[in-house]
Design a protein around this ligand. Sequence first.
Ligand SMILES: CC(C)(COP(=O)(O)OP(=O)(O)OC[C@H]1O[C@@H](n2cnc3c(N)ncnc32)[C@H](O)[C@@H]1OP(=O)(O)O)[C@@H](O)C(=O)NCCC(=O)NCCS
Length: 148
Amino acid sequence: MTETSEDTSYRIKVVESDKEILSTFTVMKSLRENLKRKNYITSLREQQKEGFKIVILAAKDKVKAVSGFRILNNLNRGKFLYVDDLVTKPEDRSKGYGSILFDWLKKYANDNDCNQVVLDSGVQRFGAHKFYLEKGMKIVGHHFSMDL
Ligand SMILES: CC(C)(COP(=O)(O)OP(=O)(O)OC[C@H]1O[C@@H](n2cnc3c(N)ncnc32)[C@H](O)[C@@H]1OP(=O)(O)O)[C@@H](O)C(=O)NCCC(=O)NCCS
C-alpha cells in the first residue's frame, strides 16, 4: 500500500520488501539502540506474524521517520491501534515529520474501525511525552513490567 500526500515532497508507505524494511534500520536503531542489522529482518518477520506493520515517511527517497504498529483487540478497549515504535531520524527532528506520521497512524486506526490509538513511552522520554500530549493523547495509566 502506498499513500502519497498532496504535498509531493514526502510520501508515506507501509513497507513490505526486505530492501524497504532494511532502509528503516538506521532510523529505528536511533530509538532501539540494541538492534542488530543481521537479526532485523528476521525479528520483524516474526512480529509480522502477529500483525505488526512498519510504515515510513520518506522525503527525496530518504527515510525520515518510521513507525511500527499493529491492530489489537481486547476486552478493555475493543479494537485499537498499538504503536510499538515511532521515531524520526535524529537530524530531521522538529520538522513536523513525527506529527505527520502520527496523524497517518490515527487515520489508519479510524479507517480500520479502531476505538483508540495506544502506546507506551519510557518514563525518561520527556520530549516524546510532550509530543504525544501536544498530539492530543492522554496519560491514562501506569505500565508495570517484570524481567523474566
Ligand atoms: C518524538 C518524535 C518521534 C517526534 O518526532 P518529530 O519529527 O521531531 O516531531 P515533530 O517535528 O512533528 O514535533 C516536534 C515537537 O514535539 C515535541 N518534542 C519532540 N521531541 C522533543 C524533545 N526531545 N524535547 C522537547 N520537545 C520535544 C516538541 O513540541 C517539538 O516541537 P518543537 O521542535 O517546536 O519544540 C522524535 O522526537 C523522536 O524520534 N524522538 C526520539 C525517539 C522517541 O522518543 N520516540 C518515542 C518513543 S515512545
